[in-house]
Ligand binder design. Structure first.
Ligand SMILES: [Fe+2]
Length: 213
């Protein structure tokens, strides 16, 4: 049984650490592993923000159940479709067949292309809001940070932003998820490597394709 990691009273981290993969995207070395980050916003309606790599679906489900027990999930918000975020979507749908998947137009196109999912989807646009009860989700489109469908989700009342890969890093999360629970300095080199190889280079490609090829 897992002890839920609380971010706030109603927001929980249910992501996982991957200490076995050697190369991220089969290209970038992972000397300190990597984490796949997912969160639950628990309210009258419950939302799950992103999923994890498919290799960790079982562990992911056990972590979700440690927070929700037998309670269902109303919404899955897909901020990013890269498989380290979206890989467990099919698994999740098989366990929660009534879950509604929230994404933008490009997300839903990719959802169909990647996983053949077209039912129970909700399309959102920039600045759209969705009420869960006492919490409100706001959606902001952030294309090419670092894929075309990328968006961010902000919980207004909790002042919490789920920022997809924008402020990501390589390295596992060992023992906590907040800066106050970790040693941010330990991640400095991996943050720079992540930004320069994963986020920055593709941002440059989107704006200067003739220069970066
Ligand atoms: Fe990504």
């Amino acid at each position: 049984m897992y002890k839920p990691i609380e971010v706030t009273d109603d927001i929980f981290y249910v992501g996982v650490n991957d200490r076995t993969k050697h190369l991220f995207e089969s290209l970038w070395p992972l000397p300190q592993g990597v984490s796949y980050n997912s969160y639950i916003v628990r309210d009258k309606k419950t939302a799950l923000i992103d999923t994890v790599d498919i290799c960790y679906s079982d562990l992911f489900m056990r972590k979700i159940r440690s927070v929700l027990g037998d309670t269902g999930i109303d919404y899955l918000v897909v901020n990013h479709m890269e498989p380290d975020h979206s890989g467990s979507i099919e698994f999740l749908v098989s366990r929660y067949p009534n879950i509604q998947i929230v994404g933008n137009k490009r997300t839903l196109e990719m959802l169909k292309g990647f996983y053949g999912i077209t039912d129970n989807v909700i399309e959102v646009k920039d600045s759209d809001e969705m009420s869960l009860g006492k919490y409100t989700l706001q959606f902001y489109m952030t294309p090419m940070v670092h894929w075309p469908e990328t968006m961010m989700t902000y919980v207004k009342e909790a002042k919490t932003l789920f920022s997809a890969d924008a402020f990501g890093t390589f390295g596992t999360l060992d023992g906590g998820v907040l800066d106050t629970q970790l040693c941010p300095e330990r991640y400095r080199d991996e943050m720079i490597r992540y930004y320069s190889n994963i986020v920055g280079i593709r941002f440059a490609c989107a704006n200067c394709p003739e220069k970066t090829g």
